[in-house]
Design a binder for this molecule. Structure first.
Ligand code: PEP
Ligand code: MN
Length: 343
């Protein structure tokens, strides 16, 4: 349910409404628009007479019941597109945000070299896994805290923001000491205790779409994070599992359009984990931008064939540098921008 306050409602009238909501054991989310404030009400059970109770309060214009399952992630609660501000970086604006970096943090040199190379091509966020969810327990599973230290070192040197995966609720506090954005991996995207923990973690969260997740389930996963009071959620389409075996996963480009229609949250695509092979990364990247993605997450490694994880899909520096002017061209064709710094 949302309570739409009138354009002339006073702060006091708004706070009477929010206190009344809390007194009923429900949660009030204040959404301050340019003209008016909306109070989003979530929680159960919603008493059947709630509409009348609030409609008569001073300063209330109308009360609207929302029947969609995802409320905070949907447009009804939040009629403007979410923009996430990280220092001077805006995510969800006209500029396409580029996240790039290795699949895994392997060494300091590998990470720093990559950070410099991607920053020179317009990336503003460095990726790199320190805790890796691997399909086999015998594969490289990341450097743990040492990996986080290396990412922080790369941030210090290049000014890039960092994003890294957190796999367990118990690790949220530690990863949060280093990272600028928490990444929730595809395999963990329905780990609801983890989602709640990053919801309380005080930093933006990027949630990958699970391998067999419906768009509605994905938005509900975002809702878990937002219901803990964290509005800064980014969705990332990274390919879903189908009968097709020629690619690692099938990039569901249509999900970008669907999410943009159903949610105000920024949506990114990760062409690397969809493609599984570097030869396909460029086409999928450009398709994602053309479909309206707000950002990209691309794996880049100084020597992809020697990478300790996802060797087949990572781009080398030259391949990444060849891709970014095309990103800029497609972005501009769809009314967006992508800036490559002058060298
Ligand atoms: C990753 O980005 O490193 C990763 C493991 O991706 P996903 O969770 O999409 O498989
Ligand atoms: Mn990877």
């Amino acid at each position: 349910m949302i309570i739409v306050m009138s354009t002339t409602a006073s702060q006091e009238q708004i706070s009477v409404v929010t206190h009344r909501v809390e007194d009923l054991g429900l949660h009030a989310h204040l959404i301050g628009g340019e003209e008016r404030t909306i109070v989003g009400v979530v929680g159960l059970p919603l008493p059947p007479t709630l509409d009348e109770m609030f409609e008569s309060l001073p300063g209330v214009e109308r009360v609207v019941r929302i029947t969609k399952k995802f409320k905070l992630a949907g447009w009804d609660f939040h009629p403007t597109k979410t923009r996430i501000q990280l220092g001077n970086l805006t995510i969800g604006g006209d500029e396409i945000t580029m996240i790039a970096g290795p699949c895994s943090v392997e060494t300091e040199d590998q990470t720093l070299e990559t950070a410099r190379a991607v920053a020179a091509q317009g990336a503003t966020i460095l990726r790199g896994g320190a805790y890796k969810p691997r399909t086999s327990p015998y594969e490289f599973r990341g450097l743990g805290e040492r990996g986080l230290e290396i990412l922080a070192r790369a941030r210090e040197e290049t000014g890039l923001k960092i994003i890294t995966e957190v796999m367990a609720p118990a690790d949220v506090a530690l990863v949060g000491q280093y990272t600028d954005i928490f990444q929730i991996g595809a395999r963990n995207s329905q780990n609801y205790l983890l989602l709640e923990e990053v919801g309380k973690g005080g930093k933006p969260v990027m949630i990958k779409r699970g391998l067999s997740m419906l768009v509605e389930e994905w938005l509900l996963a975002a809702e878990y994070i937002m219901a803990q009071g964290n509005p800064d959620v980014i969705l990332c389409e990274r390919g879903i599992r189908t009968f097709e075996t020629s690619v690692r996963n099938v990039l569901d480009v249509s999900s970008v359009a669907v999410v943009q229609q159903q949610s105000h949250l920024p949506v990114f695509i990760d062409p690397s984990h969809a493609a599984g092979k570097r030869a396909y990364v460029e086409a999928l990247t450009l398709a994602g931008v053309a479909a309206g993605a707000d950002g990209l997450m691309i794996e880049v490694h100084p020597s992809p064939d020697h990478a300790l994880s996802d060797a087949a899909q990572q781009l080398d520096f030259a391949q990444f540098a060849a891709l970014t002017p095309k990103v800029r061209a497609v972005a501009s064709a769809v009314g967006r921008t992508y800036t490559v710094p002058a060298s």
